[in-house]
Design a protein around this ligand. Structure first.
Ligand SMILES: [Ca+2]
Ligand SMILES: [Ca+2]
Ligand SMILES: [Ca+2]
Ligand SMILES: [Ca+2]
Length: 496
């Protein structure tokens, strides 16, 4: 028996001998080798560590409560990680896990191992802790779902403002000045400021109103648009000529019951009487702006009228317009303008609803307010249907607030663009795999936007991928526009 072995046995309260069968076998094996001291022991199923502690204690005693040969005091070769458990001794191994309780064994959350060295457990090695979910076909956050949460793109620092741009638009109002239009034109005067310009103003869209009509008292069939849209501070009585502003341009020319189409064409590049448009109203068009007509009349072209200006059809109007301005109203041969009609056609159901492009030509006349419409404006309707425009009954002029609002909101919907450029796309994702969270500036909950296939599939909470940018659907963009300090977070979902 070696001296070192005998020292191993000298615990002051040593308890040689164990009930554990494995220990008994181990002890017997050691005795057979000529040494009766207690070898360090390991956990059941843990790898057996070979070799005793190299150091030996002095003569100062060794507190070894569980009799496994290691313990506290200068007489012990090394410390004991658990002096109440004889199975835990020098180089004992055990499983370990430092993550949240309950996740162990779920997904990638798994235990590691640590070893008892000199009475202290080593750091836990090889454990799996919950991590942010990434696109790797594994359950990284240990919630039992694989690749479900997407990848928060640089979260939380990724919240960024939307790039909100408004595309300019030129709106060309053409208003009939015939006697039957007096009450209507008064309603136009009232609503073009409050329910048209104000709404577009509030959206921040760069717009222009070009008015082709006779300047004058509405009681005489004319139109006088006042401030703030126009630069005109005086409409009662109106001055001799309209006054332009940065947003308003009035081509003073009488529009008759039947010649609206031809008036648009003949004033296009011809000087007006007031000297405001020496080259016609086309000089007020901006090259980069969208174009929208709003024609307001209770009548229409007279087929077969010997005076050609009174019988112009939609087709001949477009032929004339394309000769005058092939690039202003068509892009690569495709119409790039919209033509709204307010004319004598019958009311929709409900009466406040416009007729949409897919609705057929409405042949019946409207009758609301006792107004007697002269014609259904079917040629104008043809153009509205072809250009994606709306059709409203003129008899509802007392509700022009709603009509003008609808037209203005339509402009807001189409001319505001909310886009987002995304930097790095995480591995396993693409722009198509994104979801957006819009975080309002008031600290409220995020609004989640879902991707749709494209503008035609747009929803109030949708966005779509447009080449390398994410573009909000118009309604989502408008909603967000009201909170310009809000930020947006891009969340990548995993490609399937
Ligand atoms: Ca011990
Ligand atoms: Ca122990
Ligand atoms: Ca998961
Ligand atoms: Ca994953």
């Amino acid at each position: 028996m070696s001296a070192s072995c005998s020292r191993f046995r000298r615990g002051s309260r040593g308890r040689p001998g164990h009930k554990d069968g494995r220990l008994a076998v181990a002890v017997l094996a050691i005795v057979a080798m000529g040494c009766v001291c207690h070898e360090p022991k390991v956990l059941v199923d843990a790898p057996v560590i070979v070799g005793p502690p190299s150091s030996s204690g002095g003569d100062g005693g060794c507190v070894d409560l569980d009799g496994d040969g290691v313990g506290a005091g200068p007489g012990c070769p090394v410390g004991d990680c658990d002096d109440g458990d004889g199975n835990v001794a020098f180089r004992a191994l055990r499983n370990c896990y430092t993550g949240p309780a309950g996740l162990l064994g779920v997904g990638q959350c798994r235990s590691g191992a640590q070893v008892c060295l000199a009475g202290i457990w080593s750091p836990c090695v090889g454990e799996g802790l919950p991590r942010a979910e990434s696109c790797d076909r594994a359950d990284n956050d240990c919630d039992g779902l694989i690749d479900e949460d997407g990848v928060r793109h640089g979260f939380p620092g990724s919240k960024q403002p939307l790039e909100i741009a408004s595309l300019p638009i030129d709106v060309i109002f053409v208003v009939d000045n015939s006697n039957s239009m007096k009450a209507v034109n008064a309603a136009v005067e009232r609503n073009i400021n409050d329910n048209f310009a104000a709404i577009i103003d509030a959206s921040g869209i760069d717009y222009r109103v070009i008015l082709i009509s006779e300047h004058g008292l509405s009681g005489e069939g004319g139109i006088c648009v006042g401030a703030p849209l126009s630069g005109n501070g005086q409409c009662d009585p109106p001055g001799a000529c309209p006054v332009s502003s940065s947003r308003f341009f009035h081509y003073n020319r009488r529009v008759g019951s039947h010649n609206a189409f031809s008036r648009i064409l003949e004033t296009y590049s011809t000087a007006d009487a007031c000297g405001l448009a020496p080259n016609g109203w086309s000089s007020w068009l901006r090259p980069d702006a969208a174009r929208l007509f709003v024609l307001i009349t209770d009548d229409g072209p007279l087929p077969g009228d010997p005076y050609g200006a009174n019988s112009m059809t939609a087709q001949s109007f477009e032929e004339g317009l394309s000769r005058l301005a092939p690039n202003h109203f068509w892009t690569a041969g495709v119409r790039s303008y919209v033509f709204h009609t307010i004319a004598g056609l019958k009311e929709n159901t409900p009466a406040s609803a416009p007729w949409r492009p897919r609705d057929p030509i409405v042949t019946e006349l409207c009758s609301e307010n006792g107004f007697v419409a002269q014609a259904n404006g079917s040629e104008y309707q043809v153009l509205s249907r072809a250009t994606g425009g709306l059709r409203f009954p003129i008899c509802g002029y007392r509700s022009f607030d709603a009509v003008f609002r609808e037209i203005a909101l339509g402009i807001v919907r189409t001319q505001i663009s909310c886009t987002l450029r995304v930097g790095d796309v995480p591995p396993g994702s693409s722009l198509d795999d994104t979801r957006l969270e819009l975080w309002p500036s008031n600290g409220g909950p995020a609004m989640v936007l879902e991707r749709v296939d494209g503008p035609a599939s747009c929803t109030p909470t949708g966005f779509y991928v447009d080449r390398d940018v994410l573009r909000l659907c118009p309604e989502a963009c408008s909603a967000w526009r009201r909170d310009p300090s809000a930020v947006v977070d891009v969340i990548f979902m995993c490609s399937r």
